[in-house]
Ligand binder design. Structure first.
Ligand code: NOJ
Ligand code: CA
Length: 535
């Protein structure tokens, strides 16, 4: 899939490459491993992949600290190999999105090294947000901003005799200094980066922290600034950047796709980013954060469909990514956080992918979700996420490693076939039970469910395209009618803990594998019902 039209209902698979498949035995996924699994991705039926950052990086935030935007990290492979992989994906009809990181660079990026080593007032400082500290010798941070990962958003530069202390801003880890987008050099460089990758055949980008880049003028103290949170994010100037990026992306055939990771204080503000002149799409994190509730899901769907109408761009649906607790574990618990019955969890989980596939728009899957992987337990001594290490002692937050544990491929092999070396994050002892080869053989497995459902979406246009009407959450039953051409289908999902009466219509599909003869709609089950004239 490389033509623009397909992006309207694309199923995109996120490859967190460090954890996907290791090809050289160093315990970290790589291009050799990824290339060996193109057939697997093709058999899953996805239209595109999104690769987490592949650039040279000290890996302080696992690639989100980039030291050179024009090349490939040797851990992952070479530039030539990436080009070959892109061609191979294209040959299999899949598009490739890379991840671009414009808010910050690595503290090992040559720009930052020059700013740090150049000394006070060096011109290289102007590419970053560097300020003198407060107090007599500048020993107090310039303002009260906090890093998203915890702790202050400022770190010190080396002390210079007789000079006040200089500090640099980092909204994430201290290895990720924020760029100064007031500087035209920064714009120029990122435009070149886009062109560089587009020339090599990359089909588009997922934009990291797309609401970042600019900060409120004067870097006001949060505690005194009326807009508080908004001092650090979502400044009006950022839209001009995306207008330029749109123009550049439109210069290619097919025009390149841009999707933003955007967090704003409201949907109205999110609207500002998407449309003909800026980004094609933005992730909808409120859908991902929605607890198990018919009403809640209906509200999220209504909002997301309205958003799509207002932006004239199909919606995006996603339930997991490399920053969030895997949704098997999120939806497999009761409101008190206790695990619920396994069969009901599995039914809910199957129903959610079917629900997303029956909605119009684009779907983003996170590697391993097709295997039904839960959030893995990672012992504290094995944790790698910088966010874990920046937490205050009283915090319960354990960081994001639990969703990043490597993928199990072969049940009989060492490390479930992920690597012949020690995996960069330990894999739980029972991980081989989820392996791809075990699931391949089992017609009732989660993997085969995902494959069948993606295939169904391909052969039934009403699923990925089509109009939604009659959305309802009455009595804990989420339902809507989906119409396209002659097809009219009711989609109904039982959010209750008890069976419900089956709505009327001819059963086209239902998610509860063991309930095929059951006259009722079981807890967590979804059904697609063909509606005939007069029903
Ligand atoms: C969002 C990315 O998804 C996350 O993994 C990363 O740590 C931050 N942005 C900082 O780049
Ligand atoms: Ca490797």
């Amino acid at each position: 899939m490389t033509s623009e039209g397909h992006w309207h209902s694309a199923v995109v698979y996120q490859v967190y490459w460090r954890s996907f498949k290791d090809g050289n035995g160093d315990g970290i996924g790589d291009l050799k491993g990824l290339r060996s699994k193109i057939g697997y991705l093709s058999s899953l039926g996805v239209d595109a992949i999104w690769l987490n950052p592949t650039y040279p990086s000290p890996q302080g935030d696992h690639g989100y600290d980039v030291s050179n935007y024009f090349d490939v990290d040797p851990l992952f492979g070479t530039l030539e190999e990436l080009e070959q992989a892109i061609d191979e994906f294209h040959d299999h009809g899949m598009a490739v999105l890379l991840d671009i990181v414009p808010n910050h660079v690595s503290s090992q990026h040559p720009w930052f090294i020059s700013a740090k080593e150049g000394g006070h007032g060096h011109e290289a400082e102007s590419r970053f947000i560097i300020r003198q500290g407060k107090g007599d010798s500048g020993g107090i941070p310039p303002n009260d901003w906090k890093s998203v990962f915890g702790g202050p958003a400022w770190s010190k530069f080396p002390t210079e005799a007789g000079r006040p202390q200089r500090w640099y801003l980092h909204m994430f880890d201290e290895c990720q200094p924020d760029l100064n987008w007031e500087n035209p050099d920064v714009h120029e460089r990122f435009e070149k980066i886009l062109e560089h990758w587009y020339e090599l055949g990359v089909d588009g980008f997922r934009i990291d922290v797309a609401h970042g880049l600019y900060k409120a003028p004067g870097l006001p103290q949060i505690e005194t600034f009326a807009g508080n949170w908004s001092a650090c994010w979502d400044q009006p100037e950022v839209h001009e950047v995306y207008r330029r990026w749109r123009k550049i992306s439109n210069n290619y055939d097919p025009r390149r796709f841009l999707i933003g990771e955007i967090h704003t204080s409201s949907r109205e503000r999110l609207l500002e980013y998407v449309g003909e002149d800026q980004l094609d799409a933005a992730f909808d994190f409120s859908f991902l954060h929605q607890p198990w509730s018919a009403e809640g899901f209906v509200e999220r769907i209504i909002e997301n469909l309205q958003f799509a109408d207002e932006t004239n761009s199909p919606p995006v649906w996603t339930l997991s990514n490399h920053d969030e607790t895997r949704h098997w574990s999120r939806y497999g618990t009761d409101p008190e956080g206790k695990p619920i019955d396994f069969v009901e969890t599995s039914t809910r989980y199957r129903s959610l992918i079917s629900l997303m596939l029956a909605l119009p728009g684009r779907i983003f899957l996170f590697n391993g979700e097709e295997l039904g992987l839960p959030q893995a337990e990672v012992p504290d001594e094995s944790r790698q996420d910088p966010a874990f290490f920046r937490q205050p002692p009283e915090s319960d937050y354990k960081g994001r490693d639990g969703c990043r544990v490597p993928i199990p491929w072969e049940k009989e092999e060492e490390n479930a076939g992920f690597s012949t070396g020690e995996p960069w994050l330990p894999m739980p002892r029972n991980w081989h039970l989820y392996s791809v080869d075990a699931q391949d053989e089992d017609s009732g497995s989660m993997l085969n469910y995902y494959r069948d459902q993606i295939r169904m979406r391909k052969s039934h246009e009403w699923m990925g395209l089509g109009q939604v009407s009659q959305l309802s959450s009455d009595d804990g039953l989420l339902s809507f009618v989906k119409s396209r051409g002659q097809d009219k289908v009711m989609v109904a999902l039982n959010f209750n803990g008890i069976p419900m009466q089956m709505p009327r219509g001819e059963i086209l599909f239902r998610s509860g594998a063991c309930f095929s003869e059951d006259p009722q709609l079981e807890p967590g089950e979804i059904v697609f019902l063909l509606l005939h004239e007069g029903v």
